[in-house]
Design a protein around this ligand. Structure first.
Ligand code: UFG
Length: 332
């Protein structure tokens, strides 16, 4: 099948970790993913399943040109700065890049008559709510600039639906891990800040050790609890979300998590078992902006989209991440 067959979807951030997996899933589902990426945190080598438009969300003319060239039926918007810690130090970068960039993108989409939009939001928009079941109706009270920037974009989408009929699906991700089982694409950030790849680096000696950020949280073992989702399950939900919009259904918000929490120490223990190696660990201070516990309390995506996160066991996520870690890499 030629690369131009099938409806086009503009994938911002298609050269990044989640976006590249989404491009593979879209291609498998019969769409042509057109990556729009400035390659600041993404990788040219990760764009394997459709064309690459090298451009920045701040550049409205480049966006307009991409819509004119490819006439996408929908947008999947992944491109963002996404480091919680960094967002506390340089919030302006997050508001400018994430919020103003998204405004440009949304205005370009509506100007081009593209009215389907799938947006990657985050459970970080909920903030730190002790003993609260986090579902899509939970209060959004972010405690870091990253979460605040994503919440603002959610609001923006609602306003543009009212004014321009921009139908959208918002996915609030919990923690994403794992990699393509074929290791065609995987997780590679420079610098890396995420738990699983840092831990795998520590296991095979590329780093001295893994620092646990805080052991005095109010959790059973003192470390933070997160709800981890396999990246391939996560992007499957995006294809289902796109079909939801293709079928003419209305805008909807979905949490993407499994409802099961793992502490940092539990993730370390699973990794030691899966790799059969020791994880060198150092106990350190808390990282600013980290929430104690973030676990989804919703099955809306399963019930309404028919989403089945069947790969999201911790062992499977670590196994696939480890395979990518050992065999895959990007050179550019
Ligand atoms: N952690 C460590 N040591 C490290 C790195 C992480 O102990 O070297 C801990 C963190 O403190 C946290 C957990 O491992 O408790 C997961 O941390 P990550 O950095 O992997 O992920 P975050 O939970 O900070 O952030 C991720 C995404 C965000 C998203 C957020 C929602 O990167 O985009 O999940 O919780 F908003």
């Amino acid at each position: 099948m030629a690369m131009t067959d099938g409806p086009h979807v503009l994938v911002t951030g298609g050269a990044g970790y989640i976006g590249s997996h989404a491009c593979k899933a879209l291609r498998g589902a019969g769409y042509v993913p057109v990556t729009f990426d400035n390659l600041v945190t993404g990788w040219r080598d990760a764009v394997k399943f459709g064309p690459l438009v090298e451009g920045d969300l701040q550049d409205r003319a480049a966006l307009d040109a991409a819509f004119a060239t490819y006439s996408p039926v929908a947008v999947m918007h992944f491109a963002a700065l996404s480091q919680v810690g960094e967002s506390m130090q340089v919030p302006g970068r997050y508001w400018r890049n994430n919020v103003l960039g998204s405004l440009n993108l949304i205005e370009a989409a509506t100007a081009a008559g593209c009215d389907r939009f799938v947006f990657s939001s985050t459970c970080a928009t909920y903030g730190d709510q002790d003993n609260v079941v986090l579902d899509e109706n939970s209060i959004q009270a972010p405690i870091n600039a990253y979460g605040a920037s994503k919440r603002a974009i959610e609001d923006m989408l609602r306003d543009f639906e009212a004014s321009n009929g921009l139908r959208h699906v918002i996915f609030r991700y919990f923690n994403v891990a794992g990699a393509d089982p074929d290791a065609e694409v995987g997780e590679f950030h420079q610098p890396e800040t995420h738990l699983v790849p840092l831990m795998l680096d520590a296991i095979d000696g590329k780093r001295d050790g893994l620092t646990i950020f805080g052991t005095d949280y109010d959790t059973p073992d003192g470390t933070c609890i997160r709800d981890y989702v396999h990246v391939c399950d996560l992007v499957d939900a995006h294809v289902l979300g796109l079909r939801w919009l293709d079928e003419g259904k209305g805008s909807r918000v979905f949490n993407l998590g499994t409802g099961t929490g793992f502490s940092v120490r539990e993730v370390i223990d699973h990794s030691a078992q899966v790799t059969n190696r020791a994880v060198p660990v150092v106990e350190g201070a808390r990282r600013p902006g980290d929430c104690t516990k973030l676990v989804s309390g919703s099955t809306r995506a399963e019930n309404e989209l028919g989403w089945k996160p069947h790969r999201s066991t911790m062992d499977r996520m670590i196994t696939d991440a480890w395979r990518w870690h050992q065999t895959g890499h990007y050179s550019e």
